[in-house]
Unconditional design. Structure first.
Ligand code: ARG
Ligand code: ZN
Length: 462
């Protein structure tokens, strides 16, 4: 998958130069130090795919120190003399590949690993990285904090979109590479650690408790979490048997309770619209976090920096289909995540006493041409600093409403369900979404998308 994508992107000069080194002579060559995404050229790595991550993390809230071991089970997609992982800060003390000591070096956020012997293409191999230190979040191009975000009391808000995974574990950190995870976190008694998927076990010994989590569906690194706090925990099964696990900071508990109580209803409602819920667990992590300012659709269990309102819960839940199960293969297509999750809010509001979706579109269209909404096209943000700006969210939702008004409800919801169903656990891009919309509706939609998804400024007519 990675190799195929890299070839497709090789037309870009930077990448062509990188790949020239990687393809000489037919012998072993270094993996590329990038997944080839122009918005985040330093993210991700070529030459291998991580099938599974096993992370053992020990965290001391008093000193904020993390002591960790990561075991990555990977497959080489080329003959590899060396390969790269993404890791920001922290100190690596040892790396082994298939049980043998490997050489390693650091440069910026890249950890280069050179195994004792080249890895043949197709080989499955195991990399063990031992590392420690006080993790530090990174600042994204839009100015927001991302990654392992420590709070004054030692609790930690862990979110990784788009590039923060590297602040707490070594990874192939681009949504092109999706993997299963086991994340075990050991914290002092009284503290809890909450990750993705199901809690396999919770064991206390010598004043510390280990929370061992399993995410068995493929997950992009940015959707992993291991959030730590003195949480109130609630766990139960929905009427359909889906396990729900909520971890809530006591300071937010009262405000969060009525909204979190809606999780089963929101999952059931979205399942009727988008097709079956893709994962085997659900829930929420609600923190009382400073300096974050956003929520994230961490897979199976979204994380909120405060008690969410119902629209935010509906939004992050919709991302489980759009963004988590069906992933981007380049950040430019962020509207496929944010526009869809925002449209889910429009649908919820329309059915719960709010304005209809057509009225929403009309109200947005009425905004003056100087409004932020029109500052760049939803389908072409232009730079990494813009991916979480207004257009991918709000204009993204407008595109979907225009599509719905053009093709009718029956075709529109068939498009959404087919997108989520056919690409479940995989990837999709904008051109593929346009093609699917044309196929299902039987209509030519190029001018609709040219105007509403890619048009600069405010369209001349509503
Ligand atoms: N995907 C998140 C949401 O819409 C937003 C993440 C923003 N992250 C950031 N680094 N600015 O719910
Ligand atoms: Zn979102």
């Amino acid at each position: 998958m990675i190799a195929r994508r890299l070839l497709a992107l090789a037309a870009t000069p930077v990448l062509a130069a990188l790949l020239a080194g990687a393809s000489q002579g037919g012998g072993a060559a270094p993996g590329a130090p990038t997944a080839g995404d122009p918005y985040f050229p330093q993210s991700g790595d070529g030459g291998y795919h991580v099938v599974h991550y096993r992370l053992d993390l020990g965290y001391a809230p008093a000193s904020r120190r993390l002591d960790a071991t990561a075991v990555l089970t990977s497959t080489a997609t080329q003959k590899l003399s060396s390969f790269f992982l993404d890791l920001s800060g922290l100190t690596v003390s040892s790396v082994t590949v298939d049980g043998r000591k490997a050489a390693f070096s650091r440069s910026g956020v890249k950890l280069k690993v050179t195994p004792a012997h080249a890895l043949p293409r197709g080989r499955s191999f195991s990399t063990v990285i031992t590392y420690a230190g006080v993790p530090k979040d990174v600042t994204d191009p839009d100015g927001s904090a991302d990654g392992w975000i420590t709070q004054k009391d030692g609790s930690v808000f862990v979110a990784g979109e788009p590039q923060g995974a590297m602040t707490w574990f070594p990874s192939n950190s681009h949504p092109l590479d999706k993997s299963t995870y086991e994340i075990a976190v050991t914290v002092p008694d009284g503290w809890s650690a909450v990750s993705n998927g199901r809690l396999e076990s919770q064991c206390a010994s010598n004043g510390r408790t280990t929370f061992d989590w399993r995410e068995t569906s493929p997950m992009a690194a940015y959707l992993a979490t291991a959030s730590i706090g003195k949480f109130q925990v609630q766990s139960y099964r929905t009427a359909s048997g889906l396990p729900v696990y909520n971890a809530v900071d006591p300071a937010e508990a009262k405000a969060a309770a009525p909204v979190l109580a809606q999780i089963p209803a929101v999952v059931a409602w979205e399942s009727t619209l988008f097709g079956r819920y893709p994962f085997d667990a659900a829930g929420a992590i609600v923190e009382h976090a400073h300096g974050v300012g956003y929520a994230l659709e961490t897979q199976t269990r979204p994380i909120y920096d405060r008690a969410p309102d119902i629209d935010t819960l509906v939004h992050e839940t919709a991302h489980q289909w759009f963004g988590d199960s069906v992933s981007l293969d380049r950040w430019k297509d962020i509207w496929l995540n944010e526009g869809f999750a925002t449209y889910a809010e429009w649908l919820w509001d329309a059915q719960h006493g709010g304005p209809g979706t057509a009225a929403r579109l009309a109200a947005d269209y009425a905004l003056p041409a100087t409004n932020d909404l029109w500052s760049f096209p939803a389908g072409d943000p232009g730079s990494a600093a813009n991916i979480f700006g207004t257009p991918p969210y709000e204009r993204g939702a407008m595109v979907l409403e225009k599509l719905r008004e053009t093709v009718g409800d029956k075709a529109f919801f068939a498009i959404l369900r087919t997108w989520a169903g056919e690409r479940r656990y995989g990837h999709g891009d904008s051109a593929q979404f346009v093609a699917l919309s044309e196929k299902i509706s039987g209509e030519r939609l190029d001018s609709l998308f040219a105007t509403w998804l890619y048009g600069q400024g405010k369209p001349a007519t509503p």
